[in-house]
Design a protein around this ligand. Structure first.
Ligand code: OGA
Ligand code: NI
Length: 322
């Protein structure tokens, strides 16, 4: 078996590199970040959760229509009126930032174990050809509660555990509501996605920290990927952009919508919906001046469970696609 090494924290490299970053981070295959300035913003899909989750009315039907369009065209949208205050969202970003601002030795108390996903670290180096992402992260299983590995949960800042616990509870409620709303937006029975998914909802939080990079034109914060989950809730940095989504072979910037949660479909939901809901390819670009933080929470079903298409979405016009 090949040895799995972790590269030095990107934060440390950023501090000591004097403008010259290690080869492994450089995209050599003509990575076109020079075109970043000309990238346009994606369509503005801001969806009011208080309407989407309320009993049927002309307003809620209109909002469900928007949900369906955004998820079938882009696979993502910005959720507002989700029931969490701005103050609370600020606290989540803040404890994340405070963690990454700790001295290296303190963060390394939570370093990822050899056979673990959870913990502090960055890309595992598995081959010399690999191009590394310009980002450090802290991964934590947050739901179900009995699967948390508390040894990886920072004790500094002091508020960290409490805030992430509270955030998890809120997102767990949103999970069910959103699965129902998505079903309803497709004119299906409210509970059909939930039934296919199963009761077990695993949630994994990933705190992403992107230090400034002296050569952002040839380096990515995160390579293009789709999330292999049911869906992802992303709390973006309040001021620094970076996330982009791919649509029809073109990249589009995701705007910062104050106090919104950015939600994207993952591969599992694309499969369950027989391809009607899209799991978008996305990437993160970085910049030379400002650090950026984001908190992604991935939700998915029991890994041993095989999800399939909902029968109601396989028709003569739309045969089974997976
Ligand atoms: C991810 C991801 C986007 C971001 O963690 O899978 O796509 O803006 N993050 O950090
Ligand atoms: Ni992602």
């Amino acid at each position: 078996m090949e040895e799995v090494l972790q590269s030095k924290p990107v934060q440390e490299i950023a501090l000591s590199c004097n403008g010259e970053i290690p080869e492994q981070f450089i995209h050599k295959d003509g990575f076109p970040q020079s075109k970043v300035d000309s990238v346009s913003y994606m369509d503005d899909f801001v969806i009011d959760f208080s309407l989407v989750f309320s009993p049927s009315s002309p307003e809620s039907d209109h909002e469900l229509g928007k949900l369906r369009s955004s998820l079938s065209q882009w696979g993502c949208f910005q959720a507002v009126n989700h029931g969490m205050t701005n103050d609370f969202l600020d606290k989540i970003r803040e404890v994340g930032k405070q963690f990454f601002a700790l001295p290296l030795e303190e963060k390394q108390k939570y370093s990822r174990g050899i056979d673990d996903w959870d913990g502090y670290g960055n890309d595992a180096v598995v081959s010399k050809q690999q191009t590394l992402d310009w980002m450090d992260r802290l991964y934590l299983t947050v739901n179900p509660e009995n699967q948390r590995k508390l040894k990886y949960w920072p004790e500094k800042p002091v508020a960290f555990r409490e805030i992430i616990h509270e955030y998890t509870l809120k997102l767990r409620v949103i999970f069910d509501l959103l699965m129902k709303a998505m079903a309803r937006s497709l004119n299906l029975d409210d509970n059909c996605f939930l039934k296919e998914h199963g009761d077990m909802v695993t949630m994994f939080a990933r705190f992403n920290f992107y230090p400034p990079c002296p050569t952002p034109e040839s380096v990515l914060g995160v390579k293009p990927h789709a999330d292999g989950v049911t869906f992802t809730v992303l709390l973006q940095d309040k001021e620094v952009e970076g996330l982009q989504v791919l649509k029809d072979d073109q990249w589009f910037k995701v705007p910062i919508v104050p106090d919104a949660l950015f939600i994207n479909v993952g591969d599992m939901l694309e499969i369950m919906s027989n391809g009607i809901l899209k799991s978008p390819v996305h990437r993160v670009v970085i910049n030379s001046e400002r650090e950026r933080i984001s908190v992604a929470v991935f939700s998915f079903s029991d890994p041993d469970r095989v999800v399939g298409q909902l029968a109601g979405l396989v028709t003569d016009d739309r045969p089974q696609m997976y």
